[in-house]
Design a protein. Sequence first.
Length: 340
Amino acid sequence: MKKPDYVKVIKIAVGAGLAIVLAERMGLRYSASAGVITLLSIQDTKKETIRVVARRLLSFVMALAISAAGFSSFGYGPLAVCVFLLFFSAACMAFGMQEGISVNTVLMTHFLAERSMTGANIANELGLLAVGAGIGVILNLYIPGKVHLIRTSQRRIESHMKEILRKMAGQLTTGKGGDAGLADGEPTLRSLLEELDAELKQGEKSAYEDMENKLLTETRYYLRYMNMRRTQAFVLGRIEGELKHLGELPSQAQPIAALMERISGGFHEYNNAVGLLEALDAVKEAMREQPLPELREEFENRAVLFQILLELEQFLEIKKKFVEELSAEEIGKFWRETAC
């Protein structure tokens, strides 16, 4: 069972109560609606809360126009409500303002109960919307930071990738492809990749929420980091598929295994991959200078090894590009040490 967001639960309960009390103090009718609006206004992030409130305010104006036309044409009865919902729901969906349907429908039914759309009634509904949405926005100005969760995810993601690279190097060293030779309880490459995928999903979620909760500053560093690791994870998945095609390993497998071990050993957020790419180029050049294989099986195995080497190159290039696109400000803010 998913752990409840207790901060959000408290905001909903306290905010709804405050909205009702404030609406009553202001002399607004149907004050309970202000509490419902507060409940619906509190989203998971600050920016999403503001976007939802803005869309509801815009849809409120649209609801007023449609309801006025409907009530004046069909009277204050069920038919007018049906006509209102027909046109209002379609308009909200067309303009991407679905959040306004439920809230504004409730507000428009107050006109039905009052059987009039006087200026005082319209002001009452606008007051309910302003009180409910306003308290929702104010309460959601506090949302606990996600940096600790993101940093934890980063460490776990990097640990998973290191383990995957070490296991791949081990397969190239021992000549046991796939899951052959695994000890009881030892994770397979596929299971490690699945765990990595789950950790990346959590990291991406936290990074997105962190970005959405910064109103005065805009940073996409963590989200770009997670996207970079996600792309690298796709490459690792392709390497895992190539390893399954290997039969007997030629001698060229050893330097690639050593390179994988070196990548695993130097794997961290601040590595710009330049030195590792130079080492990879040396391995690639050495493979090209060796005599061509005489047997078909050896040729196929060496072709697979060379493809793995190319995938490793892509893996490192992804990180190199990520580092090159960082600004000096981002490096100073998010890196605790100099890239190496």
